[in-house]
Each structure stands twice: as structure tokens, then as C-alpha cells.
Design a protein around this ligand. Structure first.
Ligand SMILES: *[C@@H]1O[C@H](CO)[C@@H](O)[C@H](O)[C@H]1NC(C)=O
Ligand SMILES: *[C@@H]1O[C@H](CO)[C@@H](O)[C@H](O)[C@H]1NC(C)=O
Ligand SMILES: *[C@@H]1O[C@H](CO)[C@@H](O)[C@H](O)[C@H]1NC(C)=O
Length: 125
């Protein structure tokens, strides 16, 4: 089959998928609030810490169960080097290893369907 047809079919399929899933657009967006780290938390480079979040209020149906944790410095998300990803967001915690970053004030964002950021905390050597 000429590849142009394959491409066309691919787009048609994608379009159809979009149309079919449109009525489901009212999806539950789940990005639970981060409990730890919080203001006052100090992480040491190279140490392991649990990131925890509040799972007391999940929607009935979670669209994206897999989470990702990203470090934020001065409002910039280090999306290329997530601290963790592909874990079950319903577990409420995930142990990460603090990367070798410059000491300073950081935040992190927990992604589910959307993102929720933590309070500011410190990373030190
Ligand atoms: C993010 O957390 C806040 C509470 O800190 C909560 O009200 C909000 O619904 C959360 N966002 C999402 C997208 O779940
Ligand atoms: C993270 O939490 C788990 C379960 O409570 C615990 O077994 C583990 O030791 C914790 N990790 C750290 C670095 O505190
Ligand atoms: C947390 O602490 C920092 C100072 O390190 C401060 O600027 C910030 O306003 C505090 N509060 C929150 C919610 O991050």
C-alpha cells in the first residue's frame, strides 16, 4: 500500500477516535496536592526521600493513573529530567533520589492528568 494511504488512514482513524471520544470530554482531572516536600523541608543531594500527596479525594474515574514528578527551579520545570515517572498516582507516595542539582530553593510538580505544585523547599549539599 502506498504510504500516502497509510498516512491518510492514520489521520482518519485519529479523527474518528477524537470524534468518538468527544462525548467523554468531561473527564476527571486528577492532580492531587503534594504534602511533602513542603515549606521547611530540606533535601540533601544524593539522599532518598518520599514525595507524598493527598489521595483522600480521588475522582470516581481516573483517566491517567500514571504520575510524574518534576523539579522546578525559578518557575522552570525540568521536564527533561523527571525525578520519577510511570508510577501509580493512587499510591500517595513515591521514593525518589535527590539529583545532583545546585543547592537552593525548589518546588516540584506532581503530574496526573494535570499538575499540582508543592510548596517551596530547599535542596542542600
Ligand atoms: C490541586 O490541589 C488543590 C489543593 O491544594 C486542589 O484543590 C486542586 O483540585 C488540585 N488540582 C487538580 C487538578 O486536581
Ligand atoms: C518511604 O516510605 C516507605 C513506606 O512508608 C518506607 O518504607 C521508606 O523507608 C520511605 N523512604 C524514605 C527514604 O524515608
Ligand atoms: C516557603 O518558604 C519560602 C522561603 O524559602 C517563602 O518565600 C515562601 O513564600 C514560603 N511559602 C510557600 C507556600 O511556599
Amino acid at each position: 500500500m502506498p504510504s500516502i494511504y497509510a498516512v491518510a488512514i492514520f489521520f482518519l482513524a485519529a479523527l474518528l477516535n477524537l470524534v468518538l471520544s468527544a462525548p467523554l470530554a468531561v473527564r476527571d482531572v486528577y492532580a492531587p496536592p503534594v504534602l511533602c516536600p513542603h515549606n521547611g523541608t530540606v533535601w540533601k543531594v544524593g539522599h532518598k526521600h518520599n514525595v507524598t500527596w493527598d489521595i483522600s479525594n480521588p475522582p470516581a474515574q481516573i483517566t491517567n493513573r500514571l504520575g510524574m514528578i518534576v523539579l522546578v527551579k525559578n518557575g522552570r520545570l525540568d521536564i527533561d529530567h523527571p525525578l520519577a515517572k510511570g508510577f501509580e498516582i493512587t499510591t500517595g507516595r513515591f521514593e525518589i533520589k535527590v539529583p545532583d542539582v545546585k543547592p537552593g530553593v525548589y518546588k516540584l510538580v506532581l503530574f496526573g492528568d494535570s499538575g499540582n505544585d508543592s510548596e517551596e523547599f530547599r535542596i542542600e549539599n
